[in-house]
Design a protein. Structure first.
Length: 600
């Protein structure tokens, strides 16, 4: 369904009215309007509404403290728009530190809150259309501005779908013009919305056009049918009052790499998955809970790392969970570093500085030196007990480079902590999270009993609750992601990701280069394959080098590499000729650097 711009604006205002927002024609509250709420056209805050809201939401604060909070909101301290926006975001999440005068003439620090996040009806929701702003002699008139407690939180720009020369890109470009010419309107901006009547997208101040994303559900359970306009779905899906406040508080974050600051808004799949996961966590961690939170199945490229950040951000402030310790598990050092980096950049939302466990001893120290709180990163391999530990012998920690404060010896009890307020987040939960049963492993001189890492982890954290994030759930007799972690909490599969434009379509074509194995090697391959592909840490990989080298030599024979190279070149050139536009790219994954070089 397509609209011309004026009809689209009218429809949007009606949808906001259905949600209980007050709707006004902005010229009516302009300086020369019928009911003026602004002194000058450069004023972007409806000051009386803000003052009234501060007094209503913070009834225990005296007038001078409320005035202090008002001044901090009204007068940003930085010349940078994004820095002022970041400061305001902290006011949303943490409140404003204000000075409260005491009877003895001294002062104490109190908190003033801009929004009543617990009681949405205690806030003032207003939508104004054709809101004129004049700044540095430049006049601009955004289509729709959404105010809460007098503060402009969202700017919506609409374009005419009936004009074939105009589309959603023009709406995006118009927003960029507004940011340059009337930046004060965006000091308090949580996110922006663009629409051309057919498409509707939401993004942040720093989002490129391709990062403006659709919001495809109203209720959070089902994707809205195509017969409902995208803008209606976005407005009703994001601006329901309690949901809107939840989004701006918990699902907006800033990240910096030291060079530039990025503001990130959660996608609809992330928002609903995280809230469902929080409810499931509350259930699993109850006294009678089964400690299995569940599985979030979100396909590759859908932002699982950020979903984990948003989830952790809600966990740390949830009163029912009593400030849990969060343990984030990966199965490779490089993934541990990548995910740790994502969390570290998001520490303001998390209200914690995450730490990485260096080894099992350090992991035990990190868990035992606290009774609550904290975000700890570790690989699952660090839960594997020392060899002597599993055989009931005593280990003196002084032999190890990093020791816990306690110098008592560690016995056959492999438990690291028995606290219940521990939530384990397993990344790529389809890997390395199995093996609860014992296997007899034959060595050269004796047989040994071996378990999977998942058993060692649960022996170490017997009362923790577990949630799995994966893009590839496994359902086999001995390896079943849902059996280990619980039922699916939310599913965002490849089909939906392609429809949303978060990933490109995948087409698979099987091409086989036959592997000729010497007869004497065939009996060894099955057993060695399991060891080689068990996602070991670096220290454990060393002892597998000789077995890996033998298999690598077979895979990378000169004849086989030439065969594969010839097939790749022919296939790529044929695809290139078949395309309408010239160009394209390919990626080749090889078993080793040596094979990659030979292939090149």
């Amino acid at each position: 369904m397509a609209f011309c711009e004026c009809h689209l604006e009218e429809a949007a205002l009606e949808w906001f009215e259905e949600l209980g927002y007050e709707v006004v024609f902005a010229p009516d509250i302009a300086p020369e309007g019928t009911y003026p709420e602004r002194t000058y056209y450069s004023d972007v805050v409806l000051t009386e509404r803000l003052k009234e809201a501060l007094a209503r939401i913070n009834p225990d604060l005296p007038d001078d403290a409320l005035e202090d909070g008002f001044r901090q909101i009204m007068f940003p301290q930085s010349p940078s728009l994004i820095m002022n926006n970041k400061t305001f975001q902290k006011m949303i999440t943490d409140g404003i530190d204000v000075q409260v005068k005491q009877e003895d003439g001294g002062y104490r620090t109190g908190k003033a809150y801009v929004f009543d996040l617990e009681a949405p009806s205690n806030n003032d929701f207003l939508v104004a259309n054709q809101f004129t702003v004049v700044e540095h002699d430049k006049e601009k008139r955004p289509d729709i501005v959404v105010f809460v407690n007098g503060l402009p939180l969202v700017v919506i720009e609409l374009k005419n779908a009936s004009d074939e020369n105009v589309d959603i890109t023009d709406a995006f470009n118009q927003l960029q013009t507004y940011k340059k010419t009337i930046p004060s309107l965006f000091t308090y901006n949580s996110f922006t919305v663009i629409s051309d009547g057919v498409n509707a997208r939401a993004g942040t101040l720093t989002s490129n056009e391709d990062r403006f994303m659709a919001w495809r559900t109203i209720d959070g359970d089902d994707v809205a049918p195509l017969c409902i306009p995208q803008l209606e779905v976005l407005i009703k899906g994001m601006f329901l009052k309690d949901r809107f406040l939840d989004i701006i508080r918990h699902f907006v974050l800033f990240q910096s790499d030291g060079k530039e600051i990025k503001k990130i808004l959660a996608g609809y799949h992330q928002y609903h998955a995280v809230n469902k996961a929080l409810q499931s966590t509350q259930r699993a961690t109850m006294e009678q809970g089964d400690r299995r939170v569940g599985v979030i199945w979100h396909t590759q490229g859908s932002g699982k790392s950020l979903s984990m950040v948003f989830y952790a951000g809600k966990l740390v402030i949830d009163e029912e969970l009593e400030n849990p310790t969060i343990v984030v598990i990966t199965d490779r050092n490089d993934l541990d570093d990548q995910l740790f980096s994502t969390f570290l950049k998001s520490e303001e939302l998390l209200r914690n500085t995450p730490v990485q466990a260096q080894d099992r001893v350090h992991l035990r120290e990190l868990l035992n030196n606290r009774t609550s709180g904290g975000i700890i990163f570790t690989t699952i391999q660090k839960f594997a007990p020392f060899t002597n530990e599993t055989k009931g012998k005593v280990i003196d920690f002084n032999r190890w480079g990093r020791v816990a404060e306690s110098s008592s010896p560690y016995t056959a009890n492999t438990m690291l902590t028995d606290r219940r307020n521990v939530v384990v987040i397993a990344d790529e939960a389809h890997r390395s999270q199995y093996g609860f049963g014992a296997e007899i492993v034959m060595g050269k001189t004796e047989a040994d009993v071996k378990y999977g890492y998942a058993k060692y982890m649960r022996d170490s954290l017997p009362n923790a609750s577990y949630i799995g994030f994966t893009g590839t759930p496994v359902e086999l007799t001995d390896k079943n992601t849902r059996v280990v972690f619980g039922d699916y909490i939310d599913i965002y599969d490849m089909t939906r990701a392609v429809e949303d434009g978060t990933t490109v379509k995948i087409f698979y074509e099987s091409r086989i280069a036959k592997l000729d194995l010497p007869e004497e090697m065939k009996p060894q391959i099955d057993s060695e394959y399991e060891e080689i592909t068990e996602y070991q840490e670096y220290s454990q990989k060393e002892r597998l080098k000789s077995k890996w080298a033998r298999l690598e030599a077979i895979v990378g024979t000169e004849q086989r590499i030439k065969q594969i190279a010839k097939d790749i070149v022919e296939h790529f050139e044929k695809r290139d000729l078949a395309q309408e536009n010239e160009g394209g790219k390919g990626m080749i994954v090889a078993m080793s650097r040596r094979i990659a070089i030979d292939l090149y």
